[in-house]
Design a protein around this ligand. Structure first.
Ligand code: PFF
Length: 450
């Protein structure tokens, strides 16, 4: 209990909550998953839908989560028990915990790769290599299934260590300095990428929408990516919201986080696509799109060795602040609802994730037996959690705030009981109550039918 109190005080300052929420949002989702999804879903048309999703659904859902968290002062399951006693609403929290577990399991696979790539950067292992060799090495790395599992384990351990020690705040403080540095590096890389021969095609792919490419799959992928990238729909921001001071401005927090997250994603697109088109990496190359294009780009840059090293270190830190938030949801739930000590809750959550996560890593080997109907378990976990569970969680969260909690309580939270104006509150509440549930449902159903 004392531990809990200490943690809640930790996110006391406004910058603290923005840093923590942005830390959760900005991660592999922006730099790795966003280009992959965009590449596989028709480029600019996807980007357009994605932007509509983050503006019209991202901000209201994020605000709803923060409101639920701060009002209830509880974890994602406890929050619903608190605000809607004797109802079935806590089910939303349970879906979130399950989803967090699934996401942490496959996310830690890719997080582990960042460590492998740090080692590769230190040993200057990309220098002078052509695309074919870099691609072969990437595939060969996947085929070393246990090496993937090892790095994944190291990453889960690191995350567990931070949460176990309760030093998230320390990490967030570093992240506050380091994430702007990531932004600077992306800008430099973006400029180099856009000045490569043939880069124009990449820019056209990113910015000239071909509306005929918009299918149900594109819609649901953009929706899923929006929720994934902003860490919405599974209670991260309910949990973090519960650590926020009563005097913080929730609306401006939501706006800042959405802006920062989207800026980083678009920048990542500006780095990857011009370079990918220039080097001949296919936009629908999936995982290789980022992990093969970037080393090629570093090879073209003066001081490429250092850019490469610093970039992968920053990427690992960005991933760490996201895995911390995933683990925090699990630990807050296990410790508060199942009454296990925080430390034991951390150990249990990490052990469970490691077990499930190993399947995700091993499923990417060429001769894997961990695939269902030819689809690797990794992709299944990703699809089910990001494209199904997060939107379902998101729709239930807005329905809860719009129809159960109601306007008055929502206004009380966003205005800090009348202390601040929150001039957009009416329009945002309208979106929460009517537009968001309908829009998410339509996109979701149209995607599933396809
Ligand atoms: N938003 C993170 C990213 O973009 O990398 C990933 C993530 C973290 C998703 C936490 C969901 C979540 F609850």
């Amino acid at each position: 209990m004392v531990e809990e109190k200490k943690k809640r005080d930790g996110f006391g300052s406004k910058l603290g909550i923005i840093a923590a929420a942005a830390g959760s949002a900005i991660g592999l989702g922006n730099i790795y998953r966003f280009p992959c999804e965009l590449g596989e879903n028709g480029g600019a048309a996807f980007l357009l839908i994605y932007l509509l999703v983050v503006i019209f659904l991202g901000i209201p859902v994020m605000l709803s989560e923060l409101v639920i968290g701060r009002r209830s002062q509880s974890n994602s399951v406890g929050a619903f028990k608190q605000l809607a006693p004797k109802t079935i609403w806590p089910i939303v929290g349970y879906i979130g915990v399950l989803c967090g577990f699934l996401i942490f399991a496959f996310y830690s696979t890719v997080s582990g790769w960042t460590l492998e790539y740090i080692v590769k950067s230190v040993t200057n292992s990309f220098q002078g290599k052509d695309l074919v060799t870099i691609e072969q090495e990437f595939t060969a790395f996947h085929d070393m299934g246990w090496r993937n599992v090892m790095w994944q384990g190291v990453f889960i351990f690191l995350t567990g260590f931070v949460v176990f020690k309760g030093v998230q705040n320390g990490i967030e403080r570093y992240a506050k300095i380091l994430m702007p540095l990531l932004l600077v590096i992306l800008v430099v890389l973006g400029i180099r990428s856009m000045t490569l021969p043939g880069a124009k095609e990449g820019l056209a792919f990113l910015f000239h929408p071909d509306f005929s490419k918009i299918t149900g799959k594109v819609l649901i992928s953009a929706l899923g990516q929006g929720f994934f990238s902003l860490s919405l729909g599974m209670g991260v921001l309910i949990t973090y919201g519960s650590y926020v001071k009563k005097s913080d401005n929730l609306t401006s927090t939501a706006f800042s986080v959405v802006l920062a997250d989207t800026a980083i994603a678009i920048l990542a697109g500006l780095v990857i696509f011009p370079a990918a088109f220039s080097f001949g990496v296919k936009p629908e190359a999936g995982m290789g799109l980022v992990f093969n294009t970037l080393p090629m780009l570093f090879n073209q840059i003066t001081g490429g060795y250092w850019f490469c090293l610093i970039f992968f270190v920053l990427l690992a830190i960005a991933a760490l602040t996201s895995t911390i938030s995933l683990l925090e949801v699990l630990v807050a739930y296990i410790s508060e609802e199942l009454h296990l000590k925080r430390q034991w809750a951390t150990v249990a959550a990490c052990a469970g994730t490691m077990l499930l996560g190993a399947f995700a890593s091993l499923s990417l080997m060429s001769n894997t037996s961990f695939a269902i109907g030819g689809i690797p378990v990794f992709d299944l976990m990703d699809f089910v959690s990001s494209n199904i569970l997060l939107p379902v969680g998101g729709v239930l969260i807005v329905i809860f705030v719009g129809w159960y909690l109601g306007k008055q309580k929502f206004f009380e939270e966003v205005t800090n009981n009348g202390a601040i104006k929150a001039s957009l509150k009416k329009i945002i509440f309208f979106i929460i109550k009517y537009l968001a549930p309908v829009a998410i449902a339509i996109v979701f159903i149209s995607g599933l039918i396809k």
